[in-house]
Design a protein around this ligand. Structure first.
Ligand SMILES: Nc1ccn([C@@H]2O[C@H](COP(=O)(O)OP(=O)(O)OP(=O)(O)O)[C@@H](O)[C@H]2O)c(=O)n1
Ligand SMILES: [Mg+2]
Length: 409
């Protein structure tokens, strides 16, 4: 059997990076022959099999053409006379179109090694345009490989695909899959920039696209532009090693600034309330997981008030904690504070010091969670007073933390 390692495993090995999973391409075989060798079929549309021992994916060499729009529009052509070069030709990028045989010999008909060395993302052939998911893949690879730049002709091709409406037909699940992977890379801002340059951002995340060119007050935002601020915030979330929900919340935290009435710019009074609804709508449109949606909604709604902890009334502090359900969901509140800290860090200027308001909120929450509600209930002769007593204990917790921290200053 003639089998070659292809795609990411070859690329990453050449870059000196660790290789997670290997994909194989098989030349000169039929599905029946693969089954006879003990390979197990994957799905029913693609001629892909799992190796009986290693479980690695083996795909029959194939040519593909599009029969419809978007991700579901594939018709797949695999046959024993499809050559390795033909298979590589229909892949997305030259750096992903290098094959390696069992002896380590490379087949690189489209200059993938040269593009790897020059750190360039370049499409292999016009067949790139057959799969609009590739636009998102390129953007996601940009977030991962920060030294790479996009070949101008590939950008042009991606722009043409977007103008032709190709990304409008992608199913939300595929968009989410690629966006979420890109957010988990080291430099997610590069994904958003590429999507913006080719016009795809305006199609898949118009609410984020609308933030570019919107000014903010220079006093709090030396970077001024709201879109640039959001990019700095998502990169801060990546530097912090935060989970996907935090990164998603960072991306959506300021959506309300895109609908601020022109007359009040560069101020954005009330953007949190507007943004809360937008964050929910975007998350639902893209079918983001519940925890991503809920955190994004909460961060959009609360991020403005969180930084003001030192000037809030104790009543307000308790109200925020209660409406965020923080006493029952302290770990989600913690994630919100992490996102808010990224919002603080993701601005022009040096901001290495810990975000003090986050520490303060955490202290107050911890103190409130330590309240023994059962004891308060037992000691209460008039049961109708229990809620009020618990509320008073929570207020006292806020005041106690304030007294201790101001004494320490
Ligand atoms: N829409 C796609 C998806 C995949 N591929 C090809 O299939 C290979 C394997 O795909 P996949 O595992 O999804 O990507 P990798 O490049 O291996 O990257 P990763 O490290 O994210 O797995 C790619 O390298 C590329 O050659 C493609 O051309 N077009
Ligand atoms: Mg792979």
């Amino acid at each position: 059997m003639r089998a070659f390692v292809v795609g990411g495993a070859v690329r990453d090995a050449l870059l000196g990076l660790p290789v997670k999973d290997r994909d194989w391409v098989v030349v000169g075989e039929t599905p029946e022959a693969m089954l006879a060798r003990g390979f197990r079929p994957v799905g029913k549309d693609f001629p892909v099999f799992l190796h009986p021992a290693s479980n690695e994916e083996y795909a029959l060499a194939r040519t593909e053409r599009k029969s419809g729009r978007g991700y579901t529009g594939f018709v797949c052509h695999a046959s024993p006379d499809v050559t390795l070069e033909q298979d590589l030709l229909r892949r997305d990028l030259t750096i992903n179109a290098i094959a390696r045989d069992a002896e380590g010999k490379l087949t690189d008909p489209y200059g993938g090694v040269a593009d790897l060395n020059a750190r360039i993302f370049r499409h292999v052939s016009p067949a790139f345009a057959e799969d609009p998911v590739r636009i998102l893949r390129v953007a996601r690879f940009a977030a991962r490989f920060s030294e790479f730049s996009l070949a101008p002709e590939t950008l042009t091709l991606m722009q043409n695909m977007v103008s032709a409406g190709e990304v409008d037909h992608l199913v939300p699940e595929r968009v989410w899959q690629e966006l979420s992977r890109g957010l988990m890379e080291d430099t997610p801002s590069r994904m958003i920039r590429i999507l913006r340059e080719c016009g795809a951002l305006a199609r898949i995340l118009p609410e984020v696209d609308a933030l570019f060119g919107v000014p903010q007050p220079e006093q709090h935002h030396p970077e001024i532009d709201t879109g640039e601020h959001v990019l700095m915030v998502i990169d801060a979330s990546a530097r912090g090693g935060h989970p996907l929900a935090v990164r998603w919340a960072c991306l959506l935290h300021d959506l309300g600034k895109g609908t601020t009435p022109e007359a009040i710019l560069p101020h954005h009074y009330g953007h949190e309330a507007r943004g809360e609804h937008m964050a929910r709508a975007v998350s639902e449109r893209l079918k983001a997981p519940t925890e991503c949606r809920d955190l994004a909604v909460m961060v959009a709604r609360e991020h403005g008030i969180l930084g003001q902890i030192d000037i809030l009334r104790a009543e307000t502090v308790v109200k925020v904690i209660e409406r965020c359900d923080a006493l029952r969901r302290p770990e989600r509140f913690r994630l919100m504070l992490d996102a808010a800290a990224c919002d603080y860090r993701g601005r022009g200027g040096e901001r290495a010091a810990p975000w003090q308001p986050g520490i303060r909120w955490q202290q107050m929450l911890d103190r409130m969670r330590a309240i023994d509600a059962g004891r308060i209930a037992r000691e209460c002769t008039n049961k109708a007073q229990i809620p009020e007593r618990i509320h008073c204990a929570r207020l006292a917790a806020v005041k106690a933390v304030r007294a201790e921290t101001s004494a320490a200053d």
